[in-house]
Design a binder for this molecule. Structure first.
Ligand SMILES: Nc1ncnc2c1ncn2[C@@H]1O[C@H](COP(=O)(O)OP(=O)(O)OP(=O)(O)O)[C@@H](O)[C@H]1O
Ligand SMILES: [Mg+2]
Length: 228
């Protein structure tokens, strides 16, 4: 109606759009976290294809990776049908992948790896802290060649508003809510999440999710006697 925008107008409009999207994501994260804390977050459990969900998230994340010249590599086990909430699993993956891209410099690499783990198999979580798989599970990891996380920060970053020494106040976008929400969504699925990383050497976030899901009361299926 008012004709074409000039270059400056277009630039400002794109800033407004980006800021609007960030704000929406922030509000959604806060709402989701409050919902979980109020015990009102319900999972819509159904059987779904894990590879399909990975493919869908990858389509969304590809542009972010492309902008930083980051390659995404997949190493997926043959089709796994999991019982869970596909939208929430997608949200979990999106959070991990967007972090991996955000904290990896240009021309880096992000890898998604999946593996089926049988009941009773020990899984190395780094340090002196292995876990035994409770019921047949999916191991899904997102690994990057980014800036890494120091040992002091590796537990803290899963708490609300916590960011690592390397990134806090360094101009990275974000408020430190993504991983807190991710961990809660993983636990609602009866799963666990942990990170292995060293500064400057990249990070690997791994999920352990029971393939048959959890009872609707969200009883923990991968319980090893502690909350990870
Ligand atoms: N792949 C990674 N490499 C290095 N550091 C990471 C990685 N993922 C997370 N972190 C560290 O953990 C912190 C918490 O991550 P989280 O996703 O919760 O917050 P955020 O990305 O800063 O903000 P938000 O997700 O709310 O937009 C990050 O700020 C960063 O310091
Ligand atoms: Mg994040």
């Amino acid at each position: 109606m008012f004709g074409d925008f000039n270059d400056r107008q277009e630039k400002y409009l794109s800033h407004i759009l980006t800021s609007g999207r960030h704000l929406l994501q922030l509000i959604n994260n806060i709402l989701d976290l409050s919902k979980v804390e109020a015990g009102k977050m319900k999972l819509n459990l159904e059987p779904f294809s894990v590879n399909r969900v990975i493919d869908e998230v990858q389509t969304i994340i590809k542009t972010l990776a492309y902008k930083k010249n980051i390659e995404i590599q997949l190493d997926l086990c043959p089709e796994v049908i999991m019982y869970g909430d596909p939208a929430k699993i997608k949200q979990i993956l999106y959070n991990l992948l967007s972090n991996a891209i955000k904290f990896t410099p240009e021309k880096g690499l992000v890898m998604i790896h999946t593996l089926e783990a049988a009941e009773g198999v020990p899984v190395d979580r780094g340090g002196n802290n292995p876990v035994t798989v409770g019921a047949k599970s999916l191991l899904l990891s997102v690994k990057d060649t980014g800036i890494g996380i120091s040992p002091n920060d590796q537990e803290r970053i899963f708490l609300e508003f916590e960011q690592s020494e390397q990134t806090r106040g360094k101009g990275y976008e974000g408020t430190g809510l993504g991983l807190a929400l991710t961990k809660k969504l993983v636990e609602l699925h009866g799963g666990q999440i942990w990170v292995k990383s060293s500064v400057g050497q990249g990070s690997e976030f791994t999920l352990l999710l029971p393939i048959k899901g959890v009872a609707p009361d969200n009883e923990t299926a991968n319980s090893d006697g502690e909350s990870a």
